[in-house]
Design a protein around this ligand. Structure first.
Ligand SMILES: Cc1cc2nc3c(=O)[nH]c(=O)nc-3n(C[C@H](O)[C@H](O)[C@H](O)COP(=O)(O)O)c2cc1C
Ligand SMILES: Nc1ncnc2c1ncn2[C@@H]1O[C@H](COP(=O)(O)OP(=O)(O)O)[C@@H](O)[C@H]1O
Length: 311
């Protein structure tokens, strides 16, 4: 997969078949559409192109919406790489870009830059300034400019939309097993290990604090989770707490993990941590000792869960 930082720097030998979308989560439904794209490209001797926008249009046009995405752009890129597409075009979505008319978008971007011979698109897709154009306009443009339009049916579009929403809702509810089932891969949190308040070691459970740089990344519901990651090339399991540490008078929301059978300085490391299942709510215990007891129970639960489900 070749990555292009915008349609302007796109180069390909052959003409292309293009699909347009956010593909947040790159879940089962997205994979079906992308499979159609790749098969169509192969059958017609075309290159397959996914055109996506970043920042997400709502991050630019409705800043206050506080949009939360399942994937950061980096994660989305890595997941799309596995699907076998030839090109990923990440076009910068700016106010200026949003002012392009439908004609300008089709002619200048899809036809002239991306060399589209075919476009696979949802029946309800709208585009161009103020989203004025629809799929019938696109079909008419196709006649004018010589490309074909393949429509994704209402049923298929709804399935995709529903599952993105379902995944977000499941994560916000802490139902990560359910989310992972829809995703067909584990939901992850990726970031840098930073210093906390240094209380963990005293508790007997040193916890690596994960700082996620992207403010638009969806963070699942507060609580305790069984997790898995790779540290220095080795698979490591552990348990994570997302919350404010009320027992020790914390205020800020932190994401911290204790990893089993590991004793290593992790400060500054980049980790991508898979969330597997939620164990319980975060609680305000009456003593640090009660917290310790709970964490020992969490550890026992996690190990049993990993044994049963993650051998
Ligand atoms: C598995 C796990 C479960 C936790 N559960 C709770 C909890 O229920 N309530 C709470 O106040 N803190 C909880 N914590 C957070 C601890 O209070 C935290 O690890 C400790 O304050 C260390 O913070 P530090 O790394 O910033 O020093 C939990 C941490 C882990 C790793
Ligand atoms: N098994 C482990 N799991 C998590 N962190 C560990 C482990 N062993 C050592 N560490 C180190 O200990 C640090 C956490 O210790 P802690 O006392 O909780 O301090 P802090 O408040 O800075 O997170 C981690 O960031 C990591 O560098």
């Amino acid at each position: 997969m070749k990555e292009h930082k915008g349609a302007n720097s796109f180069i390909s030998e052959r003409q292309t078949v293009v699909t347009i979308g956010t593909f947040d989560g790159v879940h089962a439904g997205h994979r079906k559409i992308i499979e159609r794209l790749v098969n169509s490209a192969n059958a017609n001797n075309l290159d397959s192109v996914v055109l996506t926008f970043f920042p997400h249009p709502r991050m630019v046009l409705q800043k206050e919406s506080g949009i939360q995405l399942i994937n950061t752009i980096e994660e989305r890129k890595n997941l799309l790489r596995e699907t076998g597409i030839d090109h990923l075009v990440i076009h910068p979505f700016t106010h200026q870009f949003s002012r392009l008319t439908a004609l300008e978008f089709v002619r200048d971007i899809l036809v002239n830059k991306l060399k589209a011979k075919k476009i696979i698109i949802g029946y309800d897709h709208r585009f161009g300034r103020n989203r004025t154009a629809d799929i019938n306009d696109l079909k008419q443009f196709g006649k004018d400019f010589g490309f074909e339009v393949e429509e994704i049916s209402q049923q298929d579009v709804e399935q995709v939309a529903v599952s993105s929403t379902k995944i977000r809702n499941a994560l916000l509810d802490g139902r990560v097993e359910r989310a992972n089932m829809y995703l067909q891969h584990p939901f992850t949190l990726k970031g840098t290990i930073v210093r906390g308040r240094g209380i963990g070691k005293d508790l007997g459970f040193p916890t690596a604090n994960l700082e996620v740089a992207e403010d638009y990344k969806l963070i699942p519901k507060n609580g305790v989770y069984v997790v898995s990651t790779i540290i220095d090339g080795k698979a490591v399991n552990g348990m994570m707490n997302i919350g404010t540490n009320p027992t020790v008078g914390g205020k800020e929301k932190t994401i911290e993990s204790y990893f089993f059978d590991l004793d290593k300085d992790l400060y500054g490391k980049q980790l991508e941590i898979e969330l597997l299942v939620r164990i319980r709510d975060e609680k305000k215990f009456t003593s640090v000792n009660d917290l310790k007891v709970a964490m020992k129970q969490d550890q026992a639960f996690s190990k049993q869960y990993l044994k049963d489900n993650h051998a």
